[in-house]
Every structure is written in structure tokens, then in C-alpha cells.
Design a protein around this ligand. Structure first.
Ligand code: NAD
Length: 240
């Protein structure tokens, strides 16, 4: 992995899934990791990282957290929620909540770290999107895809405005990734075995990603010094 020694990395939603795997991967690469989530029990079992409670829905808490913390070299916005259903199953409140957790959360954290990055003339921001966005139409993901597409617009906007300040902003677009919430979504269908088989079948590589594979991409992007404004797919060939 790219050496991350001396880099301070903040990750949101790091108690489980991709965020957790990323906290471990950045720590293994030598970074000072501050792993945050609202699930303190999950964070408590993370080795090699500092941990802190951070609710990305709470703008005042986000601002106070980063003001206390001081300089941040890498911000990985991993928090997100899946609403299962098409447009006829989604209420405006469902879309609003997805926007709050998937998009506005990133506006809050980025606004908190950017001024310091601009002052220091460097910084890397990584935002969690999905191939279920403007990249690919995926069934039963109306609110999810709408908001994950917005993440790509947000990412390119930040990248364009701050490329001259030495700041890079990229997005990660996974296919289906093993995580606790994936297990919940499969169970919620009523037939987890069949639902898993259907998810596996749509990945040409014939398997679902391991969270550690996505974490490796996050570490790569943190050190990818000539890459900005990109939506990087990591999807087992789903979009090939
Ligand atoms: P997950 O959904 O299993 O875990 C999500 C974490 O977010 C939990 O630890 C939870 O406590 C935390 N969280 C929830 N609300 C929060 C809040 N208000 N503030 C801070 N933390 C909060 O993890 P996952 O499936 O690895 O998903 C992580 C990200 O990756 C999400 O943005 C998701 O949309 C994206 N993603 C996941 C997949 C997949 O198949 N799992 C695919 C593409 C993209």
C-alpha cells in the first residue's frame, strides 16, 4: 500500500463494513487514523486507530469535532444509507433522509476540513458513491442512486474549485460489497439465499467484493497525487 506515515486520516462510518476495513487499511499503511461513527460499540473493537463519536447528520457536532481536531490530511466520507425501493416505494421523506446522510453529510465534513487544507496547500478527500448512481441504473435503488449521483457532482465540483490549492477529491463507486448492512438488506427480502445468489449473478467476477478490497482503493486514492475529480468503479466487472 501507499505509505501513509505522518498522514492524519478521518473516516466517517468506520464502525463496520467498508469504513471499518478502511480504518484498518490506513492504519496498516502507517497513517494516524481517527475512526468515527455513531456506533461506539463497533468502534471500540478497532485496533490501531483513535476513535470518536461523530454523527454526520449533526452539522454543529461536525463543525465542533473538526475545530477541536486540527489539521486533517485525508478525509474519507464513507457514511451512507441504502433505501430499498423504486420511485413508487420512496416517500419524499425517504429521499430527504438519503440526501441528508449521503450528500449533506459530505458538505458538512468537507466545509470543516477544506479551509485548513487550503491554508496548507494540500489534502485528499474521498467520497463514497456507488455504481448505482449516474453510472448505472440499478433496480430498487431510487433514493440511493439519486443521492449517490449527487455525490459524483459534489466530488467533481470540489475537485474543480480546489485543484489549484493542492487538494484532490475523488469518489469510489463499488458494486456490491459484503457488509453487515448488506446482510440486513438480503434478509429483508425474505429469502436471503436467493437474494444473495441474484446479487452474485450480476457481478461478472461471480462474487461480491470484500470490504478490504474497497479499503485498498481508498488508501490508493489518498496517495494518488495525479488523480482528482474521478469516479473510480470497483465493481467486479458490473459496468464493463
Ligand atoms: P454499513 O452500511 O454496514 O455500515 C454503515 C455505518 O454507518 C454503520 O457503522 C453506522 O453506524 C454508520 N452510520 C449510520 N448513520 C450514521 C451517522 N449519522 N453518522 C455517522 N455514522 C453513521 O457499511 P457499508 O455497507 O460498508 O457501506 C458504507 C458505504 O459504502 C455507504 O456509503 C454505502 O452506501 C457505500 N456502498 C456500499 C455498498 C455495499 O454493497 N455494501 C456498495 C456501494 C457503496
Amino acid at each position: 500500500p501507499t505509505p501513509m506515515t505522518g498522514q492524519r486520516v478521518v473516516i466517517t462510518a468506520a464502525a463496520q463494513g467498508i469504513g471499518r476495513a478502511s480504518a484498518l487499511a490506513f492504519a496498516a499503511a502507517g497513517a494516524e487514523v481517527i475512526a468515527t461513527d455513531i456506533n461506539m460499540d463497533g468502534l471500540s473493537t478497532l485496533d490501531g486507530c483513535r476513535t470518536a463519536r461523530l454523527d454526520v447528520l449533526d452539522g454543529a457536532a461536525v463543525a465542533a469535532f473538526f475545530a477541536d481536531l486540527g489539521p486533517v490530511d485525508v478525509l474519507f466520507n464513507c457514511a451512507g444509507v441504502v433505501h430499498a425501493g423504486g420511485i413508487l416505494e420512496a416517500s419524499e421523506a425517504d429521499l430527504e433522509f438519503a440526501f441528508d446522510l449521503n450528500v449533506r453529510s459530505m458538505m458538512r465534513t468537507i466545509r470543516a476540513v477544506l479551509p485548513g487544507m487550503v491554508d496548507r496547500g494540500r489534502g485528499a478527500i474521498i467520497n463514497m458513491s456507488s455504481v448505482a448512481s449516474s453510472i448505472k441504473g440499478v433496480p430498487n435503488r431510487f433514493a440511493y442512486s439519486t443521492t449517490k449521483a449527487a455525490v459524483l457532482g459534489l466530488t467533481k465540483s470540489v475537485a474543480a474549485d480546489h485543484v489549484g490549492h493542492g487538494i484532490r477529491c475523488n469518489a469510489i463507486c463499488p458494486g456490491t460489497v459484503q457488509s453487515p448492512s448488506l446482510d440486513d438488506r438480503l434478509a429483508a427480502t425474505g429469502d436471503a439465499v436467493a437474494a444473495r445468489a441474484a446479487f452474485v449473478a450480476r457481478q461478472p467476477m461471480g462474487r461480491i467484493a470484500d470490504a478490504a478490497e474497497i479499503a485498498d482503493l481508498a488508501v490508493y486514492l489518498a496517495g494518488a497525487t495525479y488523480t482528482t475529480g474521478q469516479a473510480v468503479c470497483i465493481d467486479g466487472g458490473w459496468t464493463l
